[in-house]
Design a protein around this ligand. Structure first.
Ligand SMILES: Cc1cc2nc3c(=O)[nH]c(=O)nc-3n(C[C@H](O)[C@H](O)[C@H](O)COP(=O)(O)OP(=O)(O)OC[C@H]3O[C@@H](n4cnc5c(N)ncnc54)[C@H](O)[C@@H]3O)c2cc1C
Length: 420
């Protein structure tokens, strides 16, 4: 779940800037100038936040509730950056104040840098939000945002004093933000944001129904993680391109690392068709804060849709007998054949005793529904804590219905399987 601390920090920063900018506006600035530069400043601060989020720092994961949430906020902050930048562009007075030499003003590079930055920003945002563009093609193009950021810094650092005073209080705040942004940018662009890679060898590649289980043996140390966390998997061979994120489906105590990968596109198909035991893999992580054990709730409902079972699989594999939680695991799949690891889940549920397994197959007309849950649970819905992972339409629908049924959003935790 998205934690509020991170959002509060972003909103607090923006509010601080607005107060300083308007409260200490130079007298020679017309209200329209102050308003327009305020919007430009907000755009810059949001872009800085977006860049800071791409550092993937663990402290930020704590503030925002996991890397997947950080990327969602990164995307929203990026969108608002473009909106504020556009309004800023249209809002800035186009006529020069009296007494300003137009020739001298035309020589200042601020306006062309701002224009260029804005054009790249809008194109970059269009590309970033266009899901039709393949991830592997999209990723390198997204780096153009670094250029946009530098252009925007150049834009306000060279802005004539008639529009923006860089040594005003709000100007100093923007310059400090620029320093943080540039450091974060260098950190992310040069890969320093990636956690140390731990080498593994591929021990087995097991074909499952529409998914593949990849079993990795550590070359040296084992990755330390908590059930429900994910990691980036980088196959060390020609043609495997970028790292891909996958939830670790094994338990932390196991001496092997297991990932269960649904065949979705080129990369996951290649895993199923071409990946061979013996190859080398780098694993970077762990990331994520989808931790049912840490919540402390004694009554939990886990809702898994299809491949969204993987975080729960790790939790179940790690759980010990005597766990005092009452857990209902709703496992929704298209058909029984599609429900990977169903037999193992049944066995674990019988061994552990505190798990009620509810498999639902849509081809039999059974879907995960809140009204059905209400009928079958002993206690009212709002006395449980919910953990959901599955296709977006499923989790969005359940989230809406649970909230309608009076369950607090704070008690509903979701894990998103996409960053874009
Ligand atoms: C936190 C998290 C945990 C995940 N856990 C699992 C899991 O346990 N099992 C599982 O089957 N899938 C999991 N996924 C999804 C998995 O990462 C994608 O299905 C896979 O990367 C698709 O790659 P592709 O080239 O085969 O498919 P494509 O068709 O190219 O991609 C499908 C979608 O996957 C995403 N994607 C593709 N490549 C990347 C990448 N390099 N980095 C980030 N996102 C990418 C994009 O949103 C894209 O739209 C998880 C994703 C995230 C973000």
């Amino acid at each position: 779940m998205l934690r509020q601390q991170g959002l509060v920090a972003i909103i607090g920063l923006v509010v601080l800037f607005v107060v300083l900018h308007l409260g200490f506006a130079p007298e020679h600035h017309a209200p329209r100038t102050s308003g327009a530069t305020m919007l430009g400043g907000i755009a810059f601060l949001l872009m800085t936040c977006s860049i800071v989020l791409s550092t993937r720092l663990p402290v930020l994961e704590d503030l925002f509730g996991g890397l997947d949430r950080m990327y969602q906020v990164h995307r929203v902050a990026g969108t608002f950056t473009a909106i504020f930048a556009l309004v800023h562009f249209f809002g800035v007075p186009k006529e020069l104040p009296e007494g300003v030499d137009p020739v001298a003003n035309a020589l200042v590079p601020s306006a062309p840098m701002g224009m260029l930055g804005l054009v790249f920003l809008v194109i970059g945002l269009f590309v970033a939000l266009n899901r039709k563009i393949r991830y592997s093609r999209w990723r390198p193009t997204h780096k153009v945002m670094a250029l946009v950021y530098v252009l925007i810094i150049g834009h306000f650092m060279t802005a004539p004093g008639i529009f923006f005073e860089r040594f005003s209080v709000s100007g100093i705040l923007l310059m400090l933000a620029a320093v943080v942004g540039i450091v974060s940018l260098v950190y992310s662009l040069f890969g320093m944001n990636r956690r140390t890679a731990i080498p593994f060898t591929i021990e087995a590649v097991n074909a499952l129904e529409r998914a593949t289980e990849v079993v990795l043996k550590p070359v040296g140390e084992m990755l330390n993680f908590r059930p429900g966390q994910f990691a980036f998997v980088e196959i060390q061979d020609k043609g495997w391109s970028e790292p891909h994120p996958f939830t670790i489906s094994s338990a932390p105590e196991e001496d092997r690392l297991r990932f269960t990968m649904k065949v979705l596109g080129d990369w996951t198909r290649k895993v199923r068709e071409d990946l061979q035991p013996g190859g080398e893999v780098l694993v970077r992580g762990p990331y994520g804060r989808f931790d049912a054990a840490a919540s402390g709730a004694k009554k939990q409902i886990w809702l898994a849709g299809g491949i969204g079972l993987t975080p729960f699989l790790s939790k179940l594999r790690a759980m010990e007998k005597g766990d005092d939680r009452e857990i209902h695991l709703v496992y929704a799949a298209r058909e029984e054949q599609d429900a990977i690891f169903l037999d193992e889940l049944k066995t674990r549920a019988a061994e552990l005793g505190n798990i009620t397994l509810i498999p639902l197959f849509s081809d039999e007309g059974n879907f995960a529904r809140v009204d059905k849950m209400q009928e079958n649970l002993r206690d009212p819905l709002d006395t449980y804590e919910y953990f959901m992972c599955g296709p977006k339409p499923m989790t969005d629908g359940l989230l809406k219905d649970l909230k309608k049924a009076g369950v607090s959003r704070r008690n509903i935790h979701t894990e998103a399987f996409e960053f874009r």
